[in-house]
Design a protein around this ligand. Structure first.
Ligand code: UD1
Length: 342
């Protein structure tokens, strides 16, 4: 079976993808600097998956760290494709420190592509985001909707896509799967890995999880006058294990079809902030107290995917519902209240 290099390997989405790849029979090499993740993830992968993680600690901007990964891959017949997860991802922080975002996200992607070329590997799966659609003009969002960035983080995803498209145009050996993630939430069903944000969570479900476990008093609902059924923001939450399986499907597509692919990875179903808080309350057996607060700058009313193309192209669709997302998040949060380091 083919060997896959994961960058940002100990992060939230990559760690779940690592397990999905092993389940599908792939060999995996991981690289991460631990800038936003914990080495304990490797122990948990060993424990859940019963395999020895092949791992290099390093930054993707460090060519020698990447070369070590490709060297490690030789024992498995050589790296065949790269899934490039490693990136900074906090919108607010990106506005405060745009240069860090360009350096890490654009510099990191450039370095990964250069390493791939050095080692004769041309299949890459790129972690893009629904953020590339900016404020959507119509819903559900299809892949040919107009693209625009509304903050430096979003700009790095858009620039990443453009850089890779240009590379493809110049050299037909490159094949890219552009995966536009909607809102990844939940955790592995084992409860042993999950999202472990540092500091105050920016995103909704990790915040709700911390309210549920008693670390925060209530959820601040950012805005209740949006143009949505209950006035709170609507998003397309997708279980991280469904998302992980989307990466396996994308790799198969690249290998089988030998062509590039741009797909939304979402469920197609929108839920409001209050829907999610209610569902989480049921999962944890305790109502989530909410307080209405002003809108968060830059937020849109509603954002959800048309996932049809992902199904037609790769035969993939999300299988897990909102209840699974909440139950699995709660299992992780309640048994690891302080995350990996706790
Ligand atoms: C955010 C990012 C997006 C990124 C995605 C995944 C912004 C503007 N967008 O998406 O670029 O790709 O995360 O990391 O930050 N909410 C509350 N209270 C909270 C937190 C959130 O009411 O404490 C609301 C938000 O207003 C929104 C919904 O919950 O309506 C989802 O928010 P969030 O989880 O941050 O995701 P997005 O804003 O969709």
């Amino acid at each position: 079976m083919a060997c896959i290099l994961l960058t940002g390997a100990t992060g939230y989405i990559a760690s779940h993808t690592w397990l999905a790849l092993k389940d599908a029979g792939y060999d995996v090499i991981g690289v991460d600097s631990y800038v936003n993740s914990s080495p304990i993830v490797l122990n948990r992968l060993r424990e859940i998956g019963g395999f020895e993680p092949q791992f290099v600690q390093g930054d993707v901007r460090d060519a020698s760290a990447l070369d070590r990964c490709f060297e490690l891959g030789k024992q498995f017949g050589g790296v065949r494709a790269v899934i490039h997860f490693a990136a900074l991802k906090a919108v607010g922080e990106s506005v405060e420190r745009p240069l860090d975002y360009f350096e890490n996200n654009i510099g990191g992607l450039l370095s990964v592509c250069q390493a791939m070329k050095r080692h004769g590997v041309y299949d890459v799966v790129f972690s893009s985001s629904a953020t590339v659609y900016g404020k959507p003009e119509s819903l559900p969002i299809t892949e040919n909707a107009p693209l625009r960035a509304t903050n430096p983080y979003g700009q790095t995803k858009l620039m990443g896509e453009e850089m890779l498209r240009e590379l493809e145009r110049c050299d037909a050996r490159w094949h890219v799967a552009y995966l536009r993630y909607f809102n990844p939430v939940g955790a592995h069903a084992s409860g042993r890995i999950g999202e472990d944000p540092r500091g105050v969570p920016n995103n909704l479900m990790p915040y709700v999880a911390q309210v549920a476990v008693g670390k925060r008093e209530h959820l601040n609902v950012f805005g209740n006058d949006y143009d949505t059924p209950d006035g709170t923001g609507v998003r397309d939450y997708i279980h991280v294990c469904d998302l992980a399986e989307g990466h396996v499907a994308a790799l198969r597509y690249l290998a089988d079809k030998g062509q590039s692919l741009t797909v939304n990875l979402g469920t197609g179903q929108g839920y409001s902030v209050l829907d999610l808080a209610r569902a989480y309350g049921q999962a944890c057996g305790r109502e989530i107290p909410v307080v209405f607060a002003p809108r968060r700058p830059g937020d849109v009313d509603a954002c959800y995917a048309d996932p049809t193309h992902a199904f037609n192209a790769m035969g993939w669709k999300a299988r897990r519902g909102l209840n699974d997302m909440c139950v699995d998040s709660w299992r992780w949060q309640s048994t690891n209240p302080n995350g990996f380091e706790g």
